[in-house]
Write a protein of this length. Sequence first.
Length: 202
Amino acid sequence: MEFPSKLIEDAVNEVAKLPGIGKKTALRLVLHLVKENESKTTALTEALDKMRQNIRFCKTCHNISDEEECSICKSHRRDKSLLCIVEEPNDVMAIENTSQFLGVYHVLGGIISPMNGIGPADLKIDSLVDRVAKSQGSIKEIILALSPTMEGDTTAFYINRRLKEYPVKLTTISRGVSVGGDLEYTDEITLGRSITGRTLFS
């Protein structure tokens, strides 16, 4: 791809590093920013810089937060006895959009994937076990809302083994979510039904 400017080329190369964006889409976005008023481009770069500098992760659930503890963990309206385990913050957003879940979350930060060099120690599993232990039985049910892939199942079995000694019911979302699919791309109705139709994990 030929570029009329090295500045444009550098900007396109950076934008194209974002997931799901190829060189052509990146070029279209960059050229759009060039045509826009400079104040709009400045507002975008300032917002991104501010986000990168100030974004935090909840000390309790590891979800993205503006403060030390996220709004879900702080809310008195959430059922703290019901804990939903997900891979990433975007899974929290996907489940929240269904309006079917009123409990709290624990974000693992990924799933066990030996092929990609990700083991249990790389995830927030120890903090999950610690959270359950410190709850002194107040956490009654844990929902494993992990993507129905081999890696997701491996992670679920590992968590099941780690939590065996605690008096907590372990359930998994029903397989209305397609096997091999990613949770974030599942439509809200299917995902909502999977949450409400969860089954015991075994």
